[in-house]
Design a protein around this ligand. Structure first.
Ligand code: GLP
Length: 239
């Protein structure tokens, strides 16, 4: 595990952007794994800037997002589809058929999960997966207790996660109770993992990842067993 300590959120985002650009510019038909939440917003802004400066093209890039809420239409303002479209995809030359999120409105959710796994496999697996971390150590929406052997599946969101994400919704009751997420094993098959950690509210999760045992109680702790992880964490995230 390579740990990069940076001063603040901006520096974290900039460093992450140069790692992503390096990957996109060096791999043929790159496959990116992407995340939502507040953490990668700065990274996406820097990627858009780089694209506008002609430093990178996304026309041969395929992407897979980690997760999506169940029960929100993809055009709902709070869906992760809308987040990705507004904060990244619509600003780039990525082909609409090349970006993927799980469909949280699918009639057959189990089939949707299997299909998502197949698509990732057919794309040749993820070259670099961007990850944030939940306050409870979750990755994607894999809450504490999720088996390390999990593949893309449906989750019941932890109350702490719904509370943490309520800031994006009008009321807590509007926050969905379920989501589809890539499984932990699916995430671990990514060739490289880029974990971004910012802010003091993440300090405990980061400490449990770095110092604690590898345990299903802290989903992110499995990253200790991945051969190629880069953690970029800002000063506030270190206790
Ligand atoms: C969310 C997402 C995760 C994200 C994490 C942290 O619930 N499902 O993919 O990494 O929680 O979010 P944030 O970056 O907003 O702190």
């Amino acid at each position: 595990m390579k740990i990069v300590k940076v001063k603040n959120y901006e520096e974290m985002s900039k460093r992450a952007c140069s790692i992503i650009l390096e990957k996109v510019n060096s791999v043929e038909n790159p496959v990116l794994g992407l995340a939502t939440g507040s953490t990668p917003e700065g990274l996406y802004k820097y990627i858009i800037d780089a694209y506008k400066q002609n430093e990178v093209s996304f026309k041969d890039v395929t992407t897979f997002n980690l997760d999506e809420y169940i029960g929100l239409d993809k055009h709902n303002v709070n869906s992760y589809y809308t987040y990705m479209k507004e904060k990244l995809f619509k600003h780039l030359d990525i082909r609409p058929e090349n970006y993927h999120l799980p469909n949280g409105s699918a009639d057959d959710i189990k089939k949707e999960c299997e299909q998502y796994e197949k698509l990732i496999e057919q794309a040749g697996h993820i070259d670099i997966q961007v990850l944030g971390i939940g306050v409870n150590g979750h990755i994607g929406f894999n809450e504490p207790g999720t088996p390390f052997t999990s593949r893309t599946h449906v989750v019941d969101l932890a109350e702490s996660t719904r509370l943490a994400n309520a800031r994006f919704f009008d009321t807590l009751a509007d926050v969905p109770t379920q989501a589809i997420t890539m499984g932990i094993e699916t995430i671990m098959e990514s060739k490289t993992i880029l974990l971004l950690v910012s802010g003091e509210q993440k300090a405990e999760a980061l400490a449990r990842l770095l110092d604690g045992p590898v345990s299903e109680d802290v989903p992110a702790s499995i990253l200790m067993e991945h051969p190629n992880v880069i953690v970029i964490a800002d000063e506030a995230a270190w206790q």
